[in-house]
Design a protein around this ligand. Structure first.
Ligand code: PNS
Length: 171
C-alpha cells in the first residue's frame, strides 16, 4: 500500500492572504498531500461564507497539485484522526504568536499525539492577518499586494456590496 505523507494547514481563512499561501505552498513541497482545513466557528460571522473561502483557496492552490481543501466543525485533532493526518503545519509570524500557538500545539499533542510543525513566516508577511487585510480594504486602503488577485477581486466586490446595502440601524 502506498503511504502518503500528509499534513494539515488549519485556519479561518476569511479570506486567505499571501502569508497563508506562503505557508501552504512550502508545506506542499514537504508533504505528499496537504489538507487545508477551513475551521467553522459558529460564533464568528465572517466576511465570506465557508463555501466561498473554500472555492477561493481551491482555485488559488490548484497549481500546487497536492492540496485538498475542506471545511471542518469541531476539534482539529478529530479532523486529523478521521483522515490519518499526523502533522499540523502552522506559520509563526512573530514571538507574539508563539505563546498561544505553543498552548494549542501542546493541547493537540496531548489529546491525540498529533505533531505541530512551525514554519517561520517569510518576513514580508510577518505583519499580516485576515482581520487587518479586511480592515484596511474596508477603509479604502490598497491591499492588492497582500492577497492573491482572485481574493482582491472578491474582497473589492464584497466591500462594494456592503456599502450598497441599506443600513439596518437608525443612525
Ligand atoms: O486562522 P485562525 O482563526 O487563527 O485559526 C485558528 C484555528 C482555527 C486553527 C484554531 O482555532 C483551531 O484549531 N480551531 C479548531 C477547534 C479546536 O481544535 N480547538 C482546540 C485547539 S487546541
Amino acid at each position: 500500500m502506498t503511504m502518503f505523507r500528509r499534513a494539515v494547514c488549519p485556519g479561518s481563512f476569511d479570506p486567505i492572504h499571501n502569508g497563508h499561501l506562503d505557508v501552504i505552498e512550502r508545506a506542499s513541497r514537504l508533504y505528499d498531500v496537504v489538507h487545508v482545513a477551513v475551521l467553522i466557528n459558529k460564533s464568528k460571522r465572517g466576511m465570506f461564507t465557508v463555501d466561498e473561502r473554500i472555492a477561493m483557496i481551491e482555485e488559488i492552490t490548484a497549481p500546487y497539485g497536492n492540496v485538498k481543501v475542506e471545511s471542518h466543525q469541531g476539534l482539529l485533532v478529530d479532523y486529523c484522526k478521521e483522515r490519518e493526518i499526523p502533522a499540523i503545519v502552522k506559520g509563526l509570524r512573530a514571538v507574539s504568536d508563539f505563546d498561544y500557538e505553543l498552548q494549542m500545539a501542546q493541547m493537540n499533542h496531548g489529546l491525540s499525539g498529533v505533531e505541530t510543525l512551525f514554519v517561520p513566516t517569510s518576513p514580508e508577511y510577518s505583519f499580516m492577518s485576515s482581520s487587518l487585510v479586511k480592515e484596511v480594504a474596508t477603509l479604502g486602503g490598497d491591499v492588492s499586494h497582500l492577497v492573491p488577485e482572485l481574493v482582491f477581486r472578491r474582497l473589492s466586490e464584497r466591500i462594494a456590496d456592503m456599502r450598497a446595502e441599506p443600513k439596518t440601524s437608525s443612525d
